[in-house]
Write a new protein. Structure first.
Lengths: 106, 106
DNA sequence: CTTTCTATATCATTCGGTGATATATTATAT
DNA sequence: ATATAATATATCACCGAATGATATAGAAAG
């Protein structure tokens, strides 16, 4: 499940999943890192390398977009409509995996 | 989330997850491919390249083990106790991700 | 007897994640 | 004042995971 651009395949990696989830409210990169750590209670942490490379990819795929920010030095982003759509589809995909696992354990 | 051997990090990739799930009942490689396709209703299919390379890795990590089979040419495997433990932990990890997502959407 | 299905296996390639590193700005402490 | 820590963004090089392609061989079917 990691050949062929996972975004074009309509699947989100964990990193993209959490960045999209965090950007349901607009914020800049550094805040995303802190937000993901907080909302997963420290279970998931995204470092700067993963963050900024993934942001670039998500912008290119038009799943997030830069929004004009008041402070000049911070780059602020927000999830797009197609980003929301894909995020919701991916939540369903992940729920189905759980349901499949539960079904196997009768 | 893909540097450093994910098994040692205690996380299962989707491929490893479904193979372990299928091997809660012993079966040989080819049957695993068909079983995963069936239990996910075609949503997930693991090809031979992914299957046999992952089996090798899971055996090395002692999460599955070969079991003596009656038929000589088929190699049969079964999940181990530590495999069951890790699989259960990963189900919980995946459930937590879903719950985090649901919490964000109040 | 040839085609299809079963069954296992490896190679080379590509994509995603990340440690390390760099740079600049802005607080905060001494 | 000034060193130190935290904020903020960015890229490079490397590694692991997944996989299309390909190869091999036995068994079943037509």
């Amino acid at each position: 499940m990691a050949r062929k651009d996972s975004l074009k395949a309509g699947e989100l990696t964990d990193t993209s999943f959490f960045i999209l989830l965090s950007l349901t409210e607009s914020k800049h990169g550094y805040l995303i890192m802190q937000d993901v750590e907080k909302m997963t209670e420290g279970a998931v942490s995204i470092g700067p390398a993963s963050l900024y490379t993934t942001i670039k990819k998500l912008v290119a795929a038009e799943l997030i977009e830069p929004v004009p920010s008041i402070e000049g030095n911070k780059k602020t982003y927000l999830i797009t409509e197609s980003g929301k759509k894909l995020l919701n589809e991916d939540i369903i995909r992940r729920e189905q995996i759980i349901r499949t696992a539960e079904r196997v354990f009768e």
